[in-house]
Design a binder for this molecule. Structure first.
Ligand SMILES: [Zn+2]
Length: 208
């Protein structure tokens, strides 16, 4: 009986997933003396296919395709975990300086934009990296912002800007104050909630 020709022990397999699946496009294919086929998802999100020596590519591809849902679910989990890890890593001094520079460029532009909408004037703008507050407004109208705001979504950042500017109208958190915030920032409740839920994790990246 004629045996089938030897297939390369190591090659690269073009994977049968649609580009929108978010799965890798290729994977190393390793043929060894094993009996079964295995699709292995590595912690970095890449795939390795391990196959018996003589198994044909199309049979391998059929199997890989049948694992698509499983792969997608596991890859989503790996990505979510990686994102969580990245978002809780301690910031280096270098990164903090970069954030402070960015904040000093961007926040004054947002303040100037929203000041006319709020109908308020303001004094000096300072950016600091602080443990307890996202922003403040002095009785002279000087505004201070936390540089960690640059790690928050832009709409949350804008809410803090609007919040501090509205203190130029109302130096308190009265119903009139919140009405002024809402006029310019109708979704402010969502942004407050975001800060309440995610703010501590942001602060922990410096002060944790
Ligand atoms: Zn306030």
């Amino acid at each position: 009986m004629k045996s089938s020709p030897a297939l390369p022990a190591a090659s690269t397999l073009r994977l049968p997933f649609s580009p929108s699946a978010g799965l890798p496009e290729t994977a190393p294919l390793l043929r060894t003396d094993r009996k079964t086929l295995a699709v292995q998802l590595r912690p970095d999100g890449s795939l390795v296919i391990r196959a018996p020596r003589r198994m044909k590519d199309d049979e391998i591809l059929r199997f890989v395709r049948s694992r698509e849902t499983w792969l997608r679910q596991h890859l989503d989990r790996i990505r979510a975990e990686r994102e969580k890890r990245e978002n809780t890593e301690r910031l280096s001094d270098e990164e903090l300086k970069r954030l402070a520079r960015l904040a000093a460029q961007i926040l004054p532009l947002r303040v100037s934009f929203f000041a006319s909408l709020v109908g308020a004037d303001y004094g000096r703008i300072t950016v600091r990296c602080q443990k307890t507050r996202w922003g403040s407004c002095s009785s002279q109208g000087n505004l201070n912002f936390n540089c960690l705001l640059m790690l928050a979504p832009p709409e949350v950042r804008d809410y803090v800007v609007v919040h501090e500017l509205c203190h130029r109208l109302e130096m308190n958190h009265s119903r009139r104050f919140w009405a002024a915030v809402e006029r310019v920032c109708p979704d402010y409740q969502d942004h407050k909630k975001w800060l309440r839920e995610n703010g501590p994790a942001l602060l922990a990246r410096v002060f944790g």
